[in-house]
Design a protein around this ligand. Sequence first.
Ligand SMILES: *[C@@H]1O[C@H](CO)[C@@H](O)[C@H](O)[C@H]1NC(C)=O
Ligand SMILES: *[C@@H]1O[C@H](CO)[C@@H](O)[C@H](O)[C@H]1NC(C)=O
Length: 401
Amino acid sequence: MKPLFILLVSCAWTLIGAQNYYQALMDYLENRLLAIEDRMQLWHEQAHQYRTEMLDFKKLTSEAMTGIKNDHNMMFKDLKGASARVDLVEREMDYVETQNSPRACANKAEKVLEQEAWGLQERDEVEEEEDWEELQSRVSDCMEIISGIRSVKILKRIGSPKGMWTRDPKSSKLYVFNGTSGDTVYEFKSVLDFSRSLGVAGSRMIHLPSKWTGPGSAVYNGYLYYINQETDTDVQVVKFDLVSGSVTDIAMFPMERNTILYTLNPETVADLAVDDEGLWLLFTPTDSEPNISLAKMDTSTLDIEQIWDTRCPRGNAEAAFVVCGTVYVVYNTRMASRSRVQCVFDVNDMMLTEEAPLLYFPRRYGAHASLKYNPEENQLYGWDDGYQIIYRLTIKTKLLA
Ligand SMILES: *[C@@H]1O[C@H](CO)[C@@H](O)[C@H](O)[C@H]1NC(C)=O
Ligand SMILES: *[C@@H]1O[C@H](CO)[C@@H](O)[C@H](O)[C@H]1NC(C)=O
């Protein structure tokens, strides 16, 4: 019996021992699990926190983005407002300038030099009785005077910074002279045709028998009149029939070679201008002469009918045009700013000094290389840093009319 008891007791002990052992193991495992759970909880919490933080951050960034967007919009609006204000100030400046600046100087036609024909004939400096008679009789009955620039249209930009373009007042055809000299001219059927074309594609390219020198050409009634100055010849005016493609006349011009008409555009040797009266030539006989001279030309024979000293200085002049027998000289500064008509000369002496308009051109790109007047439309065709610009003019009648 005793050994059995002992066995039982020892078995029980063993069992108890095993149970203790398992209990300890269980405790251990449970502790581990708790620890893991704790850590998981922590992770979970941390993950949650991160997520919240992420969400907060996202919210913040999106708010910031919206803020930035709003700021941007506001800034854009502000900028637009500012540019509108700048425009307004510019317009006000225009107004103030036209109100307060000294009037453009209008020069009276006192000294008239008459010359019957082209050529090397000496100019008659003696004022004779006939000259005075000539002065009394008006050259024209045209009574229009420019009072303002009504609107501006920028057509397109082709070619080089300098050049000229003009419309034949007797047709709808348009002519483009790219650069400062050349022997080609581009002819377009109309302004619309030109504005729709890609560069000079779609135009008729006209080859001339000699070079046009400077942006001083004119087109009138199917004829092109251009200045030609080769290195070894005198300055001449060439009349070219645009339909038949042939030269109809050439006239030598009584002026020194290599003179500069407008100091801001030294390429312009002489400048042909068209108005309701016909053809005019702006030139300077010698380089020592400080003022611009004007000649009335016969469109069919190229004869000079009369010559005037406009007493408008060449210095800082950029371009000039003639409207109803009145020369308007446009001035600027070497650092191109706003062009303005600052000197006016009326061959009929019909413009009162107080009528002379001081016109400011609107803001532009660079500087005018040329300005060509079209009397049919009362428009100026300007070439500004390669841009082709049309200025529409407001016209009034001379008070003395
Ligand atoms: C105009 O002339 C410039 C150089 O003076 C040249 O680069 C350009 O291609 C010309 N444009 C056209 C349309 O002929
Ligand atoms: C040029 O014109 C000014 C007026 O603008 C005049 O005072 C001056 O005498 C003229 N010079 C010559 C050489 O005609």
